[in-house]
Each structure stands twice: as structure tokens, then as C-alpha cells.
Design a protein around this ligand. Sequence first.
Ligand SMILES: Nc1ncnc2c1ncn2[C@@H]1O[C@H](COP(=O)(O)OP(=O)(O)OP(=O)(O)O)[C@@H](O)[C@H]1O
Ligand SMILES: [Mg+2]
Length: 185
Amino acid sequence: MTATGPLPQRRDLPTVADTEAFGRELAADLRAGDLVILDGPLGAGKTALTRGIGAGLGVRGRICSPTFVIARTHRPGRAGGVGLVHVDAYRLGSTDADVLADLDGLDLDTELCDNVVVVEWGAGVAERLTDRHLLIRLRRAEGTPHPDPDHLDAGAPDVGDLHEARTVSYGWVALDGSVCADRLG
Ligand SMILES: Nc1ncnc2c1ncn2[C@@H]1O[C@H](COP(=O)(O)OP(=O)(O)OP(=O)(O)O)[C@@H](O)[C@H]1O
Ligand SMILES: [Mg+2]
């Protein structure tokens, strides 16, 4: 079950660089077996945050939106390091049962033994993989306009180059959706 109430920690992320830096910071506390669920609308910065987590863990390979695959495994960059499995649940089955079957097919419980598993669009589906997960909610900051479609015209800066503030709230959550003090307590 996903947590519906407020999460204990909050941070402002004015630029994409701040979002990536926040991911690197989070990675310092992550270890093999940890499940991170990223919640937020299209373009919220879930992949950008995952890129930061991957950089902080020091994993191999470029982290990008897994468009043609549902999950991508990034091996540790050094012996004894931890790997990262990056899952995008957006394209998983159309019914809850299908989504669960698809997730089962990915064998994530086995992957969790040696890796941190990050699931974009995982809220409401991936929680049951572990007893506790780190839930991260990314939102566009209040008052931040949506990207203007006119910016997509030729000659205008790519929409991805525009800095728009995000806010993030996060915390460890138990299987029943209750918020925990940390991954243990
Ligand atoms: N403060 C910010 N934090 C994160 N991304 C930002 C920020 N400001 C601008 N951006 C831009 O927003 C876009 C976020 O894209 P990203 O692919 O990370 O989102 P996503 O949540 O993974 O999207 P999807 O739902 O399609 O998977 C990038 O183009 C990034 O440069
Ligand atoms: Mg993404």
C-alpha cells in the first residue's frame, strides 16, 4: 500500500542539477536491498533523480529513461560496490493484476539481494517487494509554470533546458503505508 499522508522530509530543488545532487546525497545512505519508489507526474524529474542516485552509487552505464526496456541493471563501478536496477513501471500491464505479474517477471526480489532497486511510477504497485521502502514524491513547485509549448518551436531552447523548481518530500514507509522514522525504526 502506498503512503497517502505527508512524508517527513522535504527539500526544494530549483534546478535539475540540484535534483541530481539530491540523488547523490541519498545514495550515500542506500545499500543493497533498498527499494526506492519514485512518485510524480510526467517530466517531474524521476529519471534525473535516478541519475544522481546512480552517480552517487558509482554504477556503470548511462542512466536514461528506459524507453524500450522496463528495467535496466547498472553494475557496480568497483568490486564490492552496489549495483542499481532502474525500473520504469509506466508501461507495465493495464490492470493491477497485469502490473503485478509483470513486476514478478522482472525478478526484482532476487535483484534486491545485490542492488538498490529504483522504480519510477512504482507507487501503489512495487511496495510489496520489501518490508520498507523509501518513497520520494517529486512535484513541480507551486507557482512554477508548465513549460510553454511555444518553447518547442524551432530556435527556442529545448524544454529540457528550462530550469523549473521542483519540491520533493520523502521518507521511509512500511508495507501498510505507515511512515517510519528510518529504514529500521
Ligand atoms: N528542478 C528540476 N529537477 C528535475 N528536472 C528538471 C528541473 N528543472 C527542469 N528539469 C527538466 O525536467 C525534465 C525531467 O525529466 P525526467 O525524465 O527526469 O522526468 P521523469 O519524471 O523521469 O519523466 P517520465 O515521467 O517521462 O519518466 C528534464 O528535461 C530536466 O532537465
Ligand atoms: Mg523517467
